[in-house]
Design a protein around this ligand. Structure first.
Ligand SMILES: Cc1cc2nc3c(=O)[nH]c(=O)nc-3n(C[C@H](O)[C@H](O)[C@H](O)COP(=O)(O)OP(=O)(O)OC[C@H]3O[C@@H](n4cnc5c(N)ncnc54)[C@H](O)[C@@H]3O)c2cc1C
Length: 385
């Protein structure tokens, strides 16, 4: 954003124009709120990500995203320990794949069209509370607003400045993009998941029109182990004489610890900045979209009623999102106890496969499945905590 056109005041400043920030800015602008959306990067910008948008996430996006969808996924090819393969198909879409560069650009431009003032290439530097305002210093100037949102991703400078989310748990992931021509016979309506090979990790292949996203991630100690796992996964797909698209870099997905603060005074965090990804799968786009929806409603109430604290946001996240992620963590731990059992059940029992498909489609939750376990489910949940 040009320093001369940089706004001096706004109702809300949103820092970060990933899915969380752009969708929050879109919802606020649609409701007539004067919102400034900032990002340090010039758009379009890339983001390391498998680009899997589950149907449960897509359903929460308040406009059509079909122009940026690469593939529609209706089945999953599973392996365990890179063997024991089977494929499950579903009559309806489970997820869509997107390339983050056009996807994030599309979302930011939709926010801009709705009335948000979008400034890319404008890094947030620091912030300070002054009376009923927060003064936000950026590379393009200072903007004062009653409320500020940190939607600035896994390393969230806003969270660090406010002392929020200080010690999250992390999923460590490695990721590569390869030309789709390297696996010419891959069915683009399928993703591949390998699980049960390395601790609480899994490896994935997500197809795009011209490329494949290949990665591995989870909780498995040092990055070297996950890289070794990604290498083994790739070797099942590529000929040995080909150049493998191994990842050199590791990426972190933060996970919020039980009830750790994601709001302080007039500032709140959404998406990865708040560590809200699914602890089983690392799926973060759903939480980005969901937390943006919750934040939009709280911020509008705050503006109407001149609240001096956004505390109701944290209460709403603890009520509406965290119980599901606690159950997800429970199922991650149960899966980890006997991966072979779960692998067999998904392969042979329609009920198990349908439950998984329905979770991806947002028609069922981990919480529903836990409830079916009755008192045993509650006991296991307490143990997983
Ligand atoms: C390897 C890997 C694979 C993944 N695969 C999937 C997947 O398939 N499906 C899925 O749902 N999730 C996946 N995720 C998680 C997903 O990428 C994130 O959860 C999601 O992008 C979070 O969105 P967000 O809007 O919160 O943050 P981000 O998308 O990270 O956006 C944050 C924005 O903040 C900006 N920013 C940062 N610092 C500043 C600053 N100082 N000033 C201004 N702006 C700033 C950044 O430039 C960025 O644009 C994956 C993650 C990794 C690492």
């Amino acid at each position: 954003m040009n320093p001369r056109s940089f706004p001096k005041t706004a109702d809300v400043v949103v820092v970060g124009a990933g899915p969380a920030g752009s969708l929050l800015a879109y919802r606020l602008a649609q409701a007539g709120v004067d919102v400034v959306l900032l990002d340090k990067a010039r758009f379009p910008r890339g983001k390391t990500c498998g680009g899997g948008v589950s149907v449960r996430a897509q359903k929460l996006i308040p406009f059509d995203i079909s122009s940026v969808i690469e593939e529609t996924i209706t089945g999953i090819s599973f392996t365990r320990k890179l063997e024991d393969a089977f494929t499950r198909r579903y009559p309806e879409p489970l997820l869509f794949t997107v390339r983050r560069e056009p996807f994030d650009e599309f979302l930011a431009r939709r926010a801009e069209e709705a009335g948000a003032r979008f400034g890319d290439g404008t890094p947030f530097l620091s912030m300070e509370s002054k009376g009923g305002w927060v003064e936000l210093e950026t590379a393009a100037g200072v903007c004062a607003a009653p409320y500020v949102v940190g939607a600035d991703g896994a390393q969230s400078p806003v969270a660090r400045k406010t002392g929020l989310l200080s010690a999250p748990a992390w999923i460590l992931a490695v990721h590569s993009e390869a030309p789709a021509s390297l696996v010419p016979d891959w069915d683009p309506s399928l993703i591949h998941i390998d699980w049960g090979s390395l601790g609480r990790c899994y490896a994935y292949l997500f197809p795009k029109k011209l490329s494949l996203s290949l990665g591995a991630g989870g909780f498995a100690g040092p990055a070297g182990k996950i890289k070794g796992y990604q290498r083994a996964f790739l070797e099942t797909r590529f000929r040995r004489d080909q150049t493998f698209p191994f990842s050199a870099a590791g990426f972190m997905i933060p996970l919020r610890k039980h009830r750790s603060p994601i709001q302080a005074g007039r500032c709140l965090l959404v998406g990865d900045a708040a560590g809200l990804a699914d602890p089983f799968t690392g799926e973060g786009i759903f939480s980005a979209v969901k937390s943006a929806e919750i934040a939009a409603s709280v911020v509008q109430d705050a503006l109407r009623n001149r609240w001096d604290s956004l505390e109701p946001y944290q209460e709403a996240i603890d009520r509406e999102l965290m119980p599901e992620w606690e159950c997800s963590r429970l199922f991650r731990e149960l899966f980890h106890l006997r991966p072979s059992y779960f692998h067999r059940k998904i392969a042979s029992r329609d009920r198990w496969w349908k439950a998984m498909a329905k979770v991806l489609r947002g028609e069922k939750t981990f919480l529903d499945i836990k409830r079916k376990l009755g008192p045993l489910g509650s006991l296991l949940l307490r143990m997983a905590r």
